[in-house]
Design a protein around this ligand. Structure first.
Ligand SMILES: [Zn+2]
Length: 630
């Protein structure tokens, strides 16, 4: 990126356009970029008649007055881009009414709300955005859009596809770099840095500081964030106290107390155990408060604090019961796709269908929002997983209509016959994804040598995991690849077993393809060509097209349903092979480039797809607890 005065350099077009806003203050024109260095130089500027040249250029150097005028232009440009980025998504409010719950529960919810504010503040410490907050306050009145964007993205860095890679897109006038607070300041957090972290400094619940002799030092979260974790623990204990006499919320009471303790110690196993045992039959509520996912930071190793809270919707549970009755058969089916993995006695909990009312910290995604989550991430070997499907997102009429319009631009009429905005299909696709995380080889599975069938060992004699072999980022990517491909596999499996109708199966395939097309359209506009889900979606569509399960006719996608299940089964087998053996050709195939101009990019018609869906704004959801007096 070209810079001038430490901020992104204005292009010639922008420079000359922006000088018109306040011509008295910026009486100059950038005539030509003579040395083609893409920033303005003193000898390239013409000062308008009637103004003193030496106020701006002296001895072929820019003066302080020029610098200050230039920085004003940069600020104009920054505000334009921020406003554009903000307009890329509509704010959608999702209110959830708790006015009819018992007084004790209202009291509990108040404390959970207080804890959720603390979680947000704590998460900003993790991301490094917290230290920028004081300066953002002053922008509240000066440029409310900057403040609103900071609030939405919980930091000054842009996320919306059209503007994310624009160097001027920053909610903060000093253009601070995105430097996570969990790592030492001023470092370049790249693959080499991430790979250099071992032992305690690589632990998901420590922050890394510079230590003596330039050896990094690990500080446990509960020490580094002592003030926050104590305040959160106190709120959780108060929430527990509020419901201690509520007979049908005993388990929630225990979880609140156990979580308080976990915040103080970083020992999450006891509270995770309780959490996994909770479901719609033993609590009306769903609450998660813990350090969970690590996608938010470049090394994908540190757990981000999150809180989500809502009510369990019992109607949807019935539909999901069918998963539990077939879990061993399903595990056998998946194991049969790879010779290097033996079926386990897996535990599948029926997912909780949660009407979210509060989401803060790492769970609060600025665009679209979370659809579901299977947790815990760090103790699941001892506890098993609990899957959660989040209801609410996309349930507003505006979102449904938009999805329908997009589908009719992207799908051919035959395929469009099976397009449905019924929430059930979307929910079941999310459920299938989360359930597949519990099936087949897991995140830390040890790899085997495909020639000998023997376990591969590290230098120290311990079994080599897929993470050891290909790194955490790719290993996580493979796990998501398994879940997202497994979900499509499940559709055909259910159909074969007579658990869903052909119509329903087709509708779910179409909805899933719409998800994939939405993801891959992002490839055209920003530098997220390797972001996890975008890559998965691109590879899936590419594979299905190669296998003749998707055709591209007259600029639209057509599903050849006859070939779909077979093609996706082969892809799942490839993912499982990669995951269980670390096989390089399989890995390369799954992670090859999706950049503009690459064969995949061309084959799946990214440019066309992106162009057709470009005019639609995204949705930024804000959950809201209502019916509780504060
Ligand atoms: Zn997943």
């Amino acid at each position: 990126m070209t810079t001038l005065y430490g901020v992104p350099a204005l292009s010639q077009d922008d420079f000359n356009r922006l000088t018109q806003i306040n011509p008295e203050r910026t009486p100059f024109t950038w005539e030509i970029d003579a040395n083609s260095n893409q920033r303005v130089d003193p000898n390239e500027v013409i000062i308008r008649d009637g103004f003193k040249k030496k106020s701006y250029v002296k001895r072929n150097e820019f003066t302080e007055q020029f610098k200050s005028a230039y920085l004003t232009l940069v600020e104009f440009k920054r505000r334009e881009v921020v406003e554009r980025s903000l307009a890329e998504a509509n704010d959608v409010r999702v209110p959830v009414d708790f006015s009819s719950v018992r007084p004790e529960e209202k009291e509990m919810i108040k404390h959970i709300m207080a804890a959720s504010k603390l979680i947000d503040a704590l998460y900003l410490e993790q991301t490094g955005a917290a230290k920028l907050l004081p300066q953002m306050e002053s922008l509240k009145t000066m440029h409310p859009e900057s403040y609103a964007l900071f609030e939405r993205n919980r930091g000054p860095w842009c996320e919306a596809p059209e503007t994310a890679s624009d160097p001027f897109c920053n909610a903060h006038p000093n253009f601070p770099k995105n430097e996570p607070g969990v790592y030492p300041e001023g470092l370049i957090i790249d693959e080499d840095f991430c790979a250099s972290l071992e032992g305690d400094v690589a632990s998901p619940m420590t922050i890394v500081k510079d230590g003596a002799d330039s050896i990094y030092q690990a500080i446990p979260y509960h020490v580094a964030y002592q003030g926050y974790v104590e305040a959160i623990a106190i709120e959780l204990e108060a929430a527990a106290e509020s419901i201690k006499n509520v007979e049908d919320e005993k388990l929630l009471n225990q979880y609140l107390l156990a979580a308080a303790e976990s915040f103080r110690t970083d020992e999450w196993l006891p509270s995770d155990r309780l959490w996994v045992s909770m479901n719609g039959s033993n609590s009306k509520y769903a609450l998660r408060i813990a350090p969970d996912e690590s996608y938010w930071e470049p090394c994908q190793g540190k757990a981000g604090y999150e809180l989500w809270f809502g009510r369990i919707n019992t109607d949807a549970v019935e539909a999901a019961q069918k998963f539990d009755s077939i879990k061993y058969d399903l595990e056998d089916q998946i194991a049969s796709l790879t010779p290097y993995y033996d079926a386990r006695d897996i535990e599948l909990e029926v997912p909780s269908f949660v009407e979210l009312a509060l989401v803060t910290g790492d769970g609060d995604h600025p665009r679209g929002g979370m659809l579901g989550q299977a947790l815990p991430n760090w103790t699941y070997k001892e506890t098993g997983f609990r899957s959660n499907i989040f209801l609410g997102i996309g349930r507003n009429p505006e979102a449904r209509e938009m999805l329908h319009k997009k589908a009719s631009l992207l799908l051919d009429p035959d395929t469009m016959n099976y397009f449905s905005t019924d929430d059930f299909h979307g929910d079941m696709n999310v459920a299938g994804h989360e359930l597949t995380h519990c099936l087949g080889p897991g995140l830390a599975c040890a790899i085997v040598n495909p020639e000998t069938g023997e376990p591969v060992l590290n230098e120290d004699g311990t079994p080599m995991t897929i993470k050891d072999k290909i790194g955490g980022r790719k290993a996580l990517g493979l796990e998501e690849f398994k879940a997202e491909t497994g979900n499509i596999f499940l559709i055909g499996y259910f159909l074969e077993r007579g658990l869903i109708t052909e119509e329903e199966a087709k509708q779910r395939y179409v909805r899933q393809l719409m998800w994939a097309l939405k993801k891959i359209s992002g490839l055209a506009s920003s530098d997220n060509t390797m972001s996890t889900y975008t890559n998965i979606a691109a590879k899936q569509v590419n594979w299905l097209m190669d296998e003749g399960a998707i055709w591209y006719i007259d600029g639209k996608f057509h599903i050849n349903f006859e070939r779909y299940h077979e093609a996706i089964t082969k892809l799942l087998a490839l993912v499982l092979k990669a995951k269980t053996t670390g096989d390089e050709s399989a890995i390369n195939q799954l992670f090859e480039s999706n950049e503009p101009g690459s064969p995949v990019y061309e084959n799946i018609h990214v440019a066309d797809t992106a162009q057709k869906t470009s005019g639609f704004p995204g949705m930024s959801y804000t959950y809201e607890v209502v019916g509780i007096d504060s």
